[in-house]
Design a protein around this ligand. Sequence first.
Ligand code: HPA
Length: 270
Amino acid sequence: MLETIKNTADYIRAAVGEMPDTAIILGTGLGDLVNHIEISKELDYHQIPNFPVSTVEGHSGKLIFGRLGGRYIMAMQGRFHYYEGYDMKQVTFPVRVMKALGVKTLFVSNAAGGMNKEFVVGDVMIITDHINLFPENPLRGKNHEELGPRFPAMTEAYSQRLIAMADEIAAADGIRLMHGVYVGTAGPTFETPAEYEYFRIIGGDAVGMSTVPEVIVANHAGMEVFGVSVITDLGGKDIKEVPTHEEVQKAAVKAQPVMTHIIKEMVSRL
Ligand code: HPA
């Protein structure tokens, strides 16, 4: 694994040149952020040795380098989901590569179903913590001390410093920003009403099918993480609306300006 990470990092460094210390995984809801990046270099996932290739509808696969809010960053346009059939090592491989390239701060976004009764569709939720309900932990197996400790703490998986920064930006700009716990599940099914209810009872505010694996690996690697969800549908025992992929995409697009503004502003303040 160490050799594979190194080979991929070497390829990217040679192809791109300057390396950033900040990375953004553009999940659903942050697609538009690309239009705010002054792009200096793009690498198609197909070109990058050892990189998995993105398959899901609505996600293309590119690694983008450029300036955002005056800061040099890299962005993953398209991520790898466990439900697509990738194993946990593949899902989190790009985060390992980011670390090898010198990335210290990671931003992640996703679409999520809301269980918190105060949420409305289109809300943006800062992830304050997560509950990992994936069937497998990405760190299962041999631990490479060079990559991180055997038993990493997850006490502050999402940086309090970055959460405070987002809150400050939202307050200054009059943006409604929710806080909550993200429940990560394998998917690809959306939840049954009983499952949404169960996730709410155990302390979840929103549920989705990504993010948790990448955040675990980023923490293992000692990176500072900021995560944000767009609430694209609501679930619970009395909610009859049926979530669809199209609806999720539509709601995410609506929340894009807020997501983009916050991330761009945060990156410029780092
Ligand atoms: N459940 C799981 N994942 C999701 C949802 C949901 O309701 N909405 C968007 N991603």
